[in-house]
Write a protein that binds this ligand. Structure first.
Ligand code: SAH
Length: 323
């Protein structure tokens, strides 16, 4: 018998080490190059607001195929040469297989296993669909008390547990992602100490909400999360409100969560897509516009996905988070 978070950690480590995750799912940077481009420009504008530190770390956590960073760097090269000269790319990635793919697209990078391994210094940090892959615990309200879920073979079993400091109706499921909170804490500490800003994009509700959000994707289809470990990608909703609390408690300023569609539209997703589309043949131009709509429309990825910024408290409100 294994606690759910231990099972999820083991399953995802095995999955990312052995599979091409993009056979099972797609992500915003793979949908359109403009996603990474506008995030690169966000980093350039934020670097100006930081007072142009040189050198500055440009960090990405969980870079997948390296597409986001490659697109960001191309956009930065085009319009922000001083930022390009100052930045040093650092990638936080545990999967050797994905590191190899990242090295093809972003050769001038330094790789790390964990955030704590980054060198000191001011930084701009990006992460897309990184937190949703981190292991969660699940508690279930039973009568006056709580149980915690464990995996036993192909089934979930409940064991009595110390109560989370929460109230919820009988049968309600509460999720707790300790590694995501640790990431928010570590990022906040680092930014408060050395300066900079982090942009976290992921999916989840604005307020902490009870419910079982654990899901598995196998061969592009929903599967049981308890499927043979390592054969499916396991994710859960990100609890943005909890991350914001943790980061604020560590002294950082927090902005958002802002719905991804609103955030990207404010950053010029559609203008940039339109300009790029003008240079392309009609079918490719139409595909680019449809891809931007997929990221921004509320009933697609525009509302469930959110952007959250964690910043040094002295920084002005970052672009895209206008009240
Ligand atoms: N950001 C990419 C990939 C998302 S998939 C995109 O948008 O396409 C999740 C990524 O996080 C993968 O690169 C995976 O290998 C990495 N990852 C998962 N758990 C991790 C951990 N604990 N530490 C570092 N990287 C991790």
């Amino acid at each position: 018998m294994e606690r759910l978070d231990a099972f999820m950690a083991r399953a995802n480590a095995a999955y990312y080490a052995t599979h091409d995750p993009y056979a099972d799912f797609t992500t915003s940077p793979e949908i359109t190059q403009v996603f990474g481009e506008v995030l690169g420009l966000w980093a350039a504008v934020t670097w100006e607001a930081m007072g142009r530190p040189d050198p500055v770390l440009l960090v990405e956590c969980g870079p997948g195929r390296g597409t986001l960073m490659a697109d960001a760097l191309r956009a930065i090269r085009g319009v922000a040469a001083p930022f390009q000269a100052a930045l040093r790319v650092h990638l936080v990635e545990t999967s050797p297989k994905l590191r190899a793919q990242q090295a093809e697209r972003v050769p001038d990078a330094t790789w790390h296993d964990a955030l704590q391994d980054l060198p000191p210094g001011p930084s701009l940090l990006l992460a897309n669909e990184f937190l949703d892959a981190l292991p969660i615990r699940q508690f279930v309200r039973r009568g006056a008390g709580w149980t915690e879920r464990f995996v036993d073979g192909a089934s979930l079993v409940e064991q009595p547990a110390a109560a989370p400091e929460l109230d919820a109706g009988d049968g309600a499921v509460i999720e707790l992602c300790e590694p995501a909170r640790a990431v928010a804490h570590d990022i906040a500490r680092r930014l408060v100490r050395y300066g900079g800003a982090a942009l976290l994009l992921d999916y989840g509700p604005t307020e902490s909400t009870p419910g079982d959000s654990l899901q598995a994707l196998h061969a592009g289809r929903p599967a049981s999360p308890l499927i043979e470990p390592g054969t499916a990608d396991l994710t859960a909703h990100v609890d943005f409100a909890a991350l914001a609390r943790v980061a604020r408690a560590a002294g950082a300023a927090v902005h958002g969560p802002t719905p991804q569609g609103l955030f990207l539209t404010r950053l010029g997703l559609f203008q940039r897509t339109g300009r790029l589309a003008q240079t392309q043949p009609p079918t490719r131009a139409a595909a680019l516009v449809q891809a931007a709509q997929r990221l921004a429309e509320p009933d697609r990825m525009g509302r469930l996905f959110k952007a959250l910024a964690i910043c040094h408290p002295g920084l002005p409100r970052p672009a895209g988070f206008e009240a």
